[in-house]
Design a binder for this molecule. Structure first.
Ligand code: F6R
Length: 240
């Protein structure tokens, strides 16, 4: 596990964007695993800006997103599909056919199978970008008594509903279920890059990477990944 400590969000963003830049330059048809949430917004802005300057080419890149709310169509303004268009895909030269996100309206069994087969058919993920939930979730793999392997539907935890209600008109609008890649999908990625910012994540970050590996803190499983980089700012690392 490689830990990069940065001064602040901006430096964290720059370091993470550099890693993705190097990945795409080294392998122009990379499969990038992508996350939503507030943390990666700066990274996406930087990647879009390099693409517009002509120094980064997404024309052969394939992407697979971690998760999507169940019950939301891809043009719903709070869907993760919409988020990705708005923050990244609308601003880069990616082929829309190379963009993959779980279908929030898909039937449960068929959609989970389709998404796992899709990841396999792309040859797996070269670099998976992750944020960290306040309850230790990665993707939407919430604290449980086991590590779920493949793509599955989850009931969102109360802490996740509370954290995500800021994006909705009110709490009752936050979907209660989501599709997420499973823990094996994530662990099979050749590289995993997690970005974490802010003091509100300090305690869970400490638990995840200095405590025992347990499905009660899903991110802790990354301690076992052999090419895992954590880029976190000083506030997030303040309890380490
Ligand atoms: C989103 C995702 C989540 C977020 C996590 C942190 O696709 O997979 O695990 O990464 O909830 O969210 P932020 O960055 O908003 O704190």
């Amino acid at each position: 596990m490689n830990i990069v400590r940065t001064r602040d969000y901006e430096e964290m963003t720059g370091r993470a964007a550099d890693m993705i830049f190097e990945q795409v330059n080294r392998k122009p048809d990379s499969v990038l695993g992508l996350a939503t949430g507030s943390t990666p917004i700066g990274v996406y802005r930087q990647l879009a800006s390099w693409c517009q300057e002509g120094v980064l080419d997404f024309s052969r890149v394939r992407t697979v997103n971690l998760d999507e709310y169940a019950g939301l169509s891809k043009d719903h303004p709070q869907s993760y599909s919409y988020f990705m268009q708005e923050h990244l895909f609308d601003h880069i030269n990616i082929d829309p056919q190379n963009v993959h996100i779980p279908d929030g309206l898909g039937e449960e069994t068929a959609e989970c199978e389709r998404y796992d087969n899709l990841i396999r058919s792309l040859g797996g993920i070269d670099l998976q970008l992750l944020g960290l939930g306040h309850d230790g979730h990665i993707g939407f793999n919430e604290p449980e008594d086991h590590f779920p392997a493949g793509t599955h539907m989850v009931r969102l935890s109360e802490s996740t509903i509370q954290a995500n209600k800021r994006f909705f008109a009110d709490e009752s609008q936050v979907p209660r279920f989501a599709y997420t890649m499973g823990i094996s999908d994530i662990l099979q990625s050749r590289k995993v890059l997690m970005i974490v910012s802010g003091g509100d994540k300090a305690e869970i970050l400490r638990e995840a990477f200095t405590g025992p590996v347990t499905p009660r803190v899903p991110a802790s499983i990354l301690q076992f990944h052999n090419d895992f980089t954590l880029i976190a700012d000083e506030e997030a690392l303040s309890a380490f």
